[in-house]
Design a protein around this ligand. Structure first.
Ligand SMILES: [Zn+2]
Ligand SMILES: [Zn+2]
Length: 134
């Protein structure tokens, strides 16, 4: 254990290995968590997207990536494909058109199940959905 100045805020603190004081480290953890959550929702995001969306300093993000704590896919794979029609999308799993279609289908199934409650088992609804190719 030795005393040193926090690399970020300059506060003197006792450290084993970290170059940041407790508060600054906590703050970084929070930023890392937010970045991870954002990437989870939009796996195609690049470094600059994260800077803009989350207001996290670029150098902090670079550090996370360098340390292997944050993995960006955007360099290797800029374009994602819609899982239903294969069209290029920037994030998520489906393009807007397919997303709308899926929502509509779900809504119809729900309505059907509601109005004919008891007539269809969940199994029947599933079989109908798999059988229809709209
Ligand atoms: Zn600090
Ligand atoms: Zn699509």
């Amino acid at each position: 254990m030795r005393m040193m100045n926090c690399e970020k805020c300059g506060k003197v603190f006792s450290s084993l290995s970290s170059r940041l004081c407790e508060e600054c480290r906590e703050e970084e953890e929070k930023m890392l968590k937010r970045a991870k959550e954002e990437l989870y929702r939009n796996p195609g995001l690049g470094m600059m997207d994260l800077v803009q969306r989350l207001d996290i300093p670029l150098e902090t993000l670079e550090k996370f990536v360098r340390e292997g704590r944050l993995v960006l896919r955007s360099k290797e794979r800029l374009a994602l494909a819609c899982e239903m029609c294969g069209r290029e999308i920037t994030g998520g799993k489906r393009c807007a058109a397919c997303e709308a279609k899926v929502r509509r289908m779900a809504r119809e199934l729900y309505r059907e199940a509601k109005t004919r409650e008891g007539m269809y088992s969940l199994q029947t609804i599933k079989a109908r959905r798999e059988g229809s190719h709209e």
